[in-house]
Design a protein around this ligand. Sequence first.
Ligand SMILES: [Zn+2]
Length: 131
Amino acid sequence: MKLSFDKRLAASYKSASQRARILTERWVNESIFCPNCGRLQMDKYPNNQPVADFFCSNCHENYELKSKQDNIGTKILDGAYRTKMERLRSSANPNLFVLSYNLQKLTVLDFLLYPNIFLCRRSLKGENLLP
Ligand SMILES: [Zn+2]
């Protein structure tokens, strides 16, 4: 598996956050297979879709990508609170990809998958965790 980003893509963006978004999304699109069914190609939603970032046209699973520079750490910033709550309440709650990268070296450091069954609105005791 290739763990480096495409240098040519990085050269066309000046903003670090834009470069990171383009590079990480492209890397996932070209390198990751569907963890649910094994289909080799992930499909990308158009930008700014509230549902997720990627989907599998074979098994219809959705995947959201969260990327962080250097270390994944203990917190992952989410998008809009309201959108996240709506996702958790719906049956379309996406699985979560977490990717850490080094933008200077243009490399992937870690890539993790959190299945959506762990991103839920109820505790193991059945308590509702959402307001
Ligand atoms: Zn699939």
